[in-house]
Design a protein around this ligand. Structure first.
Ligand code: ZN
Ligand code: ZN
Length: 244
């Protein structure tokens, strides 16, 4: 199984990096973790046909994580129609927000006919889900107070990825990372602490306790990028491909 980093930047396009998008390529599955505004172009740049995409899993409904779905919809409506419905799995409220996004951007989406065939799946914290043969264990992470943000533990073909989504550091990451093939952890800041995000000091204090096979830091802000030489963990790059 491979993980293609389509976008490892933050909401601000720090370092000229794409916004959140991670493509998992398994033997007979192709799915995204998050779908920021730059995801369709990065998917094409990586050489993939968007019609091959089985599912999109969303960690939360901030624009840098789901704003790219509207472009997939117009791709499927007007350029390359899909044969099978697209599955979009995300926290409660995902279907309404995705339809509202499409309506704002292209003036449609309120009714079934105006978006391409799509199956929405609600992911709830601590409720295991099976989506098209992909096992998902969502956990609620501390990132927003008014809506649910999820971390996602995703298993497919015997391999498991833990994805933090956007989150303040939480002790649950240590517990959930045990034995996973990859922990894809956001690390927006080095020392600063604005908003609910991981800063590297909190993560570094726990590095020796991390039981994952690989750790990759992502959602990197300017402060992290400017101090990259001081970081004792692998940093994501757009276009990077990891064997899981
Ligand atoms: Zn974000
Ligand atoms: Zn966010």
């Amino acid at each position: 199984m491979k993980l293609h980093i389509l976008g490892c930047g933050d909401a601000f396009g720090s370092g000229g990096r794409n916004q959140s998008g991670y493509l998992v390529e398994a033997t007979d599955k192709l799915f995204l973790l998050d779908c920021g505004p730059t995801t369709l172009l990065a998917l094409k740049r990586a050489g993939f046909d968007p019609r091959r995409l089985d599912a999109i899993f969303l960690s939360h409904l901030h624009g840098d994580h789901f704003g790219g779905i509207a472009f997939f919809f117009i791709e499927y409506l007007y350029f390359q129609p899909r044969l099978e419905p697209l599955i979009i799995a995300g926290p409660p409220g995902t279907e309404a927000r995705v339809r509202a996004l499409f309506e704002v951007m292209y003036g449609g989406g309120a009714t079934e006919k105006e978006i391409p065939p799509t199956r929405f799946v609600v992911l709830r914290p601590d409720e295991l889900a099976e989506v098209n043969g992909i096992a998902v264990a969502p956990i609620r992470v501390p990132h927003q107070s008014d809506a649910i943000s999820l971390g996602l533990k995703v298993s497919c073909e015997g391999k498991t990825i833990l994805f933090s989504g956007d989150s303040l550091w939480t002790e649950r990451f240590v517990e959930l990372a045990v034995g996973v093939n990859l922990f894809l952890c956001e690390c927006s800041f080095f020392r600063e602490e604005p908003g609910m995000h991981v800063n590297y000091q909190a993560l570094a204090a726990n590095l020796s306790r991390m039981g994952c096979k690989q750790l990759l830091l992502t959602h990197l802000g300017e402060e992290m990028l400017s101090r990259r030489n001081e970081i004792g963990a692998l940093l994501a790059e757009d276009g990077m491909v990891l064997e899981i």
